[in-house]
Design a protein around this ligand. Structure first.
Ligand SMILES: Cc1cc2nc3c(=O)[nH]c(=O)nc-3n(C[C@H](O)[C@H](O)[C@H](O)COP(=O)(O)OP(=O)(O)OC[C@H]3O[C@@H](n4cnc5c(N)ncnc54)[C@H](O)[C@@H]3O)c2cc1C
Ligand code: FES
Ligand code: FES
Length: 1359
């Protein structure tokens, strides 16, 4: 073993197990090895681009010289295996697992309800574990209280800032992590299973699963230390690790001379997250073993950074720096650079991403780099190695040169220090600032513009003089960072005043001009103005600049005014309240139990489709889609691939491969079908053309990415992409507009009664992508006699089954679809999984091999579709007091290419729109057919749009009347009488109508009126920050659907249950378990707790349980519970006489004895039930309300959600912890829709925001800072299933409060402009687009706000 290592074998350890690989393809990533070569399934593949954190593992590296182990998190999807020679890797199941016991991190994640679908959870745990290790391992100086870490709460939160979770809304995850922090106040932690209300703080701390750093942090196995770590044998691995520059040079020269083919210089390999690799390299040259390239030095003259130094190392180095006297300049620059770099990428990328790699990407490919701008700002020099030898030059000069060739190497960067105050420029002082406004404030998103400014200034009696200034800007849609030289020239030598600043901001707009095709060009230019203003405005008044300490190195150049803080808590989230009221009527139903299987989700052992081991000879498929709408497909060319990939490609599957008797069908709903593949024509961008099959997923994906499809559009109609075009060309979906609701009253009469009218106002809503963390995936395994088992991540196994059978032309009993769990669905795995599963099954059928399809994130985003965009034109009449008398809405729904589920959306839009009493209400809806991907069910389908439209109409009324929006809402919230009129079939009893009381309770609990007054004061005092607050109600109608269940009791008394619902993270299994325990304990109440432990819910198998239906629309948990309860009732009926007999005989009986006797009798211990909801109670209304407060930054357009308060009526919750999780998760997903997620398409309708780089779902730093939730227990509801109500979708609608509060804040910003007399071209009414991303907010405030402000100052006589 040791001998082979001396020969240069790749040796490493995973979870303490030693691996030695004699050869490996050098392009193999750590994730590929862990998941597909070995069988470590806990790191998941969520994006493959470093942007989601699902794949995070810990890497530990031993330094024999220092006898020290360095531990850091990495994204295993980007890290190359060959770069880990001698390293130890720890995955989440290595920390703890089902057999060896869970790690306290797993236990706390489970106990704080911090995992729903669980797909993100192992990655979260590892990101946090990395922070814990680094805080506590071998750190005897700090001694936190026993059981806690020396980590702070802020560090705990920051550690997961780069990890995405689509389910939980992050608050419980943050609580689980913070529970380890030394500075945590236990009382601030949220709902958990560990303690009860009333426990003392000490008791609570004592009940947390114990954490012992000396035991819980073992990362590097001793045996690996003794292995002699040598270089890999380059002849076998094509992996070179030179140890000196000379060797590197020789290697590069020989590579050139010998013409070895393609060579890749590599360090962290994170660049492939952005520039997807579609080629294989013949040689890799790893720079990390060259000591000179990893140096970090500093002295009074400057800082030297080696090219392979990782961004994380550089940050730590810049933050240390106290031992060396760097002078004021050195300190200031170090601190600011470190602060900026902490926002680059995310922690697990920064840990391997090198400075040189970043700069090389910027110089060679025009990457929108932060580093490049920072180094341009500080006038850095770089040292490079080219074929001509070594060279030193300014970074600015290198940027201006042609792109470095692939054999040129960046060696190091030097930041020169400057000296304050020379003799000539007495008291001169350097000021340095950097900026990077981005969709996510803590990083994990590229900046819209970044900037670094350096100025040498002195105070004079008549003002501040600028001796010199460097203004570097980057990432704004420019090939590389540039200096705003016109502005620099304009300012140099001048004494700054408002007029000069005003001229400078005009000039900066001439210098900072994004290239054509860049999104939001004017916004980006206006940001440049904002930065310059922020930097220089404080210097326009010399007295205040001096008194604020700017020249003493104490103050910062900032225009913050008034109080923008909220107390002194420096944490990302603030402590929030969760109020849940459990009930005991149906115990253990109603208990806030932890989710079933949650610890196993945290350790990563929970099995998703891609975790099922591949059968031998399994092949892999990748979908090739059309990039054109409406075109003839002339040809599909697989490009020439390098040998290693070409050898793996098996071929392509097209519609021609559909067997005789089968149909070209890929999706099925009750309204129709959708073809699996385009035949001669593709009909929309994203249409499936073929599936390419290869021996590995990677080869299939590379082949799909590089395939060239030729199109022909001659004599083909132009595509229909908008609803307007669809109406013009009468293009409507075939399915009926399915409406179970009628207009109310007489619209004309209502309009006649109105004092005011708004006629034909318009608004639009965009689409939204699901972003389930587990992409679409299926494994199809052919079996005997033409049968097939299909493992699919689907919410609709029943129809997936049918569509596969139809496509293959086989009877349905030949197909068996199995679904254990899905890593999130949100509606996107109902109809939209079917084409993936069908294509996979077809490939398996044709090739007679098992086939797997794991759709990569980019393709998934393009082909899957999403929420329905729509356009509304409305006319509304209202009284002067705000009471609406009539509303008519014409709604055009963009359904995309196929019927899918679109016919039902109308009912949802209208039901949600009816949440206010409009007096008279009429409507018209059209389902437009367009050449876009099919739009499908997505969490709160149609309801979120309808509810939002209603609120915007009310706000429009308020703005015409110049009334408070909240009082117009109060005028129009339903009375029970009007509710019955508007919701004839679902209004229920008057006692069930809890909305008015919810609104009142919320006003009190959120201190709505007080806070509104405080906000008024805040807005009065602050020029650049404005706040708004909003309170909105929701009424959400749901309908139950028929569903089956089967409950079986085994010989030992354990119980298995199959239900129609799929576990997609919503806690369905947990609720069913509780209900079974309750229902079976009707035999004997004291058995209930024991029974919960005996129940296991198992996967859906479509041949075992039929008519399972789909898991969507919030009610599947309830109906599955009811079906299971009915099974239990049957069993109870069968078992009760026997129990009574045994009790009579023996005095007492337990469950196990009862079952043993029942077996012997024999009694049938399996029961099946099919729950069909009663027509009078299957449809009902859910109520809730929320208050949100938002602060906007006028200079950048950044909104911050300060606080949200929710009250949501769950009836008598089946499990308040699960329902709380649903409420928080749905609310945060709604924040994504309203505030962050841009679903953009190009002129062909092709989705272009198709990556984690461009599509931003909420992260811990973009959600509500403080989210208070009360799960209202409105008591017994006799017609509801065990008195419960839905929680999965309705709370998503409440996120509209965030958008509405943003509008309120913008209104204040516009009011201020009006006050300055500068609102000339703005109306007092305005419309804020969804999502209200930063460019949208700033544009609505006014892109030239700074200019207007300066003009106002200039026009004042005193200036
Ligand atoms: C999710 C994510 C988010 C990110 N966000 C940001 C961000 O907000 N701001 C930002 O600035 N950057 C961001 N980055 C970019 C990141 O900083 C770079 O990917 C990283 O620094 C590259 O370093 P590396 O060692 O991984 O380079 P590699 O991936 O190993 O190499 C990148 C390229 O540079 C070449 N190369 C590497 N080192 C050298 C060298 N010394 N000389 C010559 N060529 C070399 C390689 O051949 C390759 O072409 C992000 C990256 C990811 C994955
Ligand atoms: S899968 Fe690696 S970061 Fe997303
Ligand atoms: S639990 Fe986090 S993505 Fe589902």
């Amino acid at each position: 073993m040791e001998g082979s290592q001396r020969n240069g074998n790749l040796v490493f350890a995973v979870n303490g197990e030693r691996f030695e690989l004699a050869c490996v393809d050098p392009s193999t990533t750590l994730l590929q090895f862990l998941r597909y070569h070995a069988s470590f399934k806990s790191p998941k593949l969520g994006c493959g681009e470093g942007g989601c954190g699902a794949c995070v593992v810990l890497v530990s590296k031993y330094d024999p010289k220092l006898n020290k182990v360095e531990d850091f998190s990495v994204s295993s999807c980007l890290t190359l295996l060959c770069s880990l020679n001698g390293c130890a890797i720890t995955t989440s199941d290595g920390l703890g697992n089902t057999r060896d016991g869970y790690h306290p991190i797993h236990q706390r994640f489970a106990g704080f309800h911090a995992s729903q679908c669980g797909f993100c959870t192992p990655g979260m745990c590892m990101s946090f574990f990395s922070a814990l290790v680094n805080a506590d391992k071998g750190n005897p100086q700090v001694s936190p209280p026993q059981g806690f870490s020396s980590l702070t709460s802020f560090e705990a939160e920051k550690s997961i800032s780069g990890n995405l979770c689509r389910c939980t809304g992050y608050r419980p995850i943050a609580d689980a992590c913070r529970s380890f922090a030394s500075d945590v106040d236990i009382e601030d932690l949220g709902l958990n299973i560990f303690w009860k209300n009333g426990d003392s703080t000490e008791t609570k701390a004592g009940k947390l699963p114990p954490y012992d750093p000396s035991k819980d942090l073992v990362t590097y196995p001793e045996f690996l230390k003794s292995e002699s770590i040598t270089r890999l044998d380059s002849t076998r691995y094509s992996w070179f690790s030179p140890v000196s520059i000379e060797e590197l040079q020789t290697l590069l020269n020989s590579s050139v001379a010998e013409n070895v083919g393609s060579v890749k210089i590599v360090v962290g390999n994170t660049g492939t997250g952005y520039y997807k690799e579609t080629q294989c390299y013949d040689q890799y040259i790893d720079l990390r073993r060259i000591p000179e390239l990893s140096i970090l030095n500093r002295d009074r003259k400057g800082i030297e950074i080696g090219a392979t130094a990782t961004i994380s190392r550089v940050i730590s180095f810049l933050n240390e720096g106290t031992d060396v006297n760097l002078g004021l300049y050195g300190k200031m620059v170090s601190q600011k650079l470190a602060q900026h770099m902490e926002k680059i990428a995310n922690p697990f990328v920064r840990n391997t991403a090198s400075v040189g790699g970043n700069l090389a990407m910027a110089q060679k490919f025009g990457f929108p780099s932060d580093m490049s701008t920072l180094f341009l700002g500080v006038d850095a020099t770089v040292s490079i190695l080219t074929v001509r030898g070594r060279e030193k030059l300014k970074w600015e000069e290198l940027l201006a040169r042609p792109a470095l060739d692939s054999r040129s190497v960046l060696l190091s960067v030097r930041i020169p220090f400057k000296k304050d105050g020379n003799v000539l420029q007495n008291f001169s002082k350097f000021l340095f600032e950097t900026y990077r406004p981005a969709p996510r404030p803590l990083g994990s998103a590229l900046a819209y513009v970044n900037a670094a400014f350096l100025a040498d200034v002195s105070p004079r009696r008549n003002g501040v003089v600028i001796h010199s200034i460097r203004l570097a800007f980057g990432a704004f849609g420019t090939n590389h960072a540039i200096r705003a030289k016109t502005v620099e020239k304009h300012l140099t030598g001048k004494i700054l005043n408002v007029k000069i600043l005003y001229e400078a901001v005009k000039f900066v707009k001439l210098d900072i001009v994004p290239e054509p095709g860049t999104s939001y060009p004017e916004y980006r230019s206006s940001l440049a103005v904002s930065f310059l203003f922020k930097f220089l405005y404080p210097l326009t008044n010399v007295d205040s600049a001096v008194s604020s300490g700017l020249f003493d190195g104490v103050g910062e150049t900032s225009v913050e005014d008034g109080d923008t803080s909220e107390g002194n808590t420096k944490t990302i989230l603030s402590p929030a309240e969760q109020v849940v009221e459990s009930s005991t009527e149906y115990y253990p139903v109603g208990e806030p139990m932890k989710k079933y299987g949650v610890s196993m989700q945290a350790s990563g052992e929970a099995v998703y489709v891609d975790d099922i081991p591949s059968p031998p000879n399994c092949l892999h498929g990748a979908i090739i889609y059309s990039t054109k709408p409406l075109a003839r497909v002339k040809s599909v060319h697989l490009q020439h691939q390098p040998n290693s990939i070409a050898e793996e490609i098996i071929g392509i599957i097209t519609f021609k491969d559909i067997p005789r008797g089968g149909e070209n069908v890929g999706a099925l709903s009750q309204f129709g079908t959708e073809p699996l593949f385009a035949e001669d024509h593709c009909e929309y961008a994203g249409d499936r053309i073929v599936v390419v099959v290869a021996k590995s997923q990677r080869s299939a994906d590379v082949a799909a990415r590089t395939t060239v499809v030729e199109y022909d559009t001659e004599n083909i109609d132009s595509p229909i992409l908008t609803v307007e075009e669809a109406v013009d060309r009468s293009s409507f979906l075939q399915g009926p507009v399915f409406l179970d609701t009628e207009p109310v009253g007489d619209f004309s009469k209502g309009m006649a009664e109105a004092d005011h009218k708004i006629l034909s106002a318009e608004l639009r809503l965009p689409s939204e992508y699901y972003f389930y963390m587990e992409p679409q995936t299926t494994l199809a395994v052919p079996d005997e006699d033409n049968t097939m088992v299909v493992y699919a991540s689907t919410q609709f196994p029943e129809y997936t089954h049918s569509v596969i059978a139809r496509c293959l032309g086989v009877p349905e009993h030949n197909i068996r679809v199995k679904t254990r769990r899905a890593g999130g669905g949100f509606g996107g795995k109902a109809i939209r999984n079917m084409p993936v599963s069908t294509a996979c099954a077809l490939a398996a059928y044709k090739l007679r091999h098992p086939v797997r399809v794991y759709v990569n994130r980019n393709t998934d985003m393009v082909i899957t579709g999403g929420r329905h965009p729509l356009k509304v034109t409305y006319s509304v009449g209202f009284k002067s007091n705000g009471k609406v008398t009539a509303l008519h809405a014409d709604i055009l729904i963009n359904g995309g290419i196929s019927d899918d589920i679109t016919p039902v959306i109308a009912s949802h839009v209208i039901a949600a729109l009816k949440k206010y009493n409009w007096g008279a209400f009429s409507f018209d809806l059209k389902n437009c057919k367009t050449n876009l991907t099919s739009k499908s069910s997505m969490r709160a389908l149609g309801d979120v749009q309808g509810s939002y439209i209603a609120d915007v109409i009310i706000e429009n009324v308020a703005s015409v009347l110049e009334m408070e929006v909240d009082s117009v809402i109060s005028q129009n919230v339903h009375t029970y009488e009007s509710l019955k009129l508007f919701y004839e079939h679902s209004a229920g009893e008057s006692g069930e109508y809890t909305l008015p009381s919810i609104m009142d309770q919320l006003a009190t609990s959120s201190r709505f009126v007080d806070r509104r007054n405080m906000i008024d004061e805040f807005n009065e005092k602050n020029t650049w920050k404005k706040r708004g607050i909003s309170r909105l109600p929701i009424v959400h109608e749901v309908m139950q659907h028929a569903t089956p269940a089967k409950v079986s009791v085994l010989q030992d008394g354990s119980i298995v249950c199959e239900v129609g619902g799929v576990e997609i993270g919503q806690g369905l299994w947990t609720k069913v378990k509780q209900v079974i325990a309750y229902a079976l304990s009707l035999i004997e109440r004291s058995w209930s707790e024991e029974l919960v432990e005996k129940v296991r819910i198992i996967q859906i198998d479509t041949l075992s349980l039929v008519q399972t239906g789909f898991t969507a629309e919030s009610t599947k948990s309830e109906s599955s519970c009811e079906a299971a309860r009915r099974c239990c009732n049957i069993l109870v009926e069968r078992l009760t006489p026997l129990k009574e007999k045994l009790q009579e005989q023996n005095g007492s009986v337990d469950w196990t004895t009862l079952i043993r006797e029942a077996e012997a009798q024999p009694i049938d211990l399996q029961a099946h039930a099919y729950f069909v909801p009663d027509s009078s109670s299957g449809q009902y209304l859910n109520y809730g309300a929320a208050v949100s407060e938002v602060e906007i930054d006028i200079l950048t357009g950044q909104p911050r959600i300060m606080q949200s308060d929710i009250i949501y009526d769950c009836g008598q919750s089946l499990n308040p912890a699960v329902d709380l999780g649903q409420i928080e998760g749905a609310f945060v997903q709604g924040i994504g829709y309203f505030m962050l997620e841009e679903y953009l398409t190009n002129e062909d309708g092709l989705m272009v925001t198709n990556s984690t780089w461009t599509y931003h779902i909420p992260t811990i730093d973009t959600i509500t800072k403080r989210l208070n939730v009360r799960v209202l227990n409105s008591g017994h509801h006799k017609k509801r299933i065990l008195s419960s109500k839905a929680s999965g979708e309705p709370p998503l609608l409440l996120a509209a409060t965030v958008h509405s509060a943003t509008r309120a804040a913008i209104r204040e910003a516009r009011k201020q402009l009006k006050h300055w007399g500068k609102l000339d071209k703005y109306d007092s009414e305005f419309y804020l687009d969804v999502p209200a991303i930063m460019p949208v907010v700033k544009t609505t405030c006014g892109l030239d706000y700074v200019e207007k402000y300066l003009e106002t100052l200039i026009s004042k006589p005193s200036t």
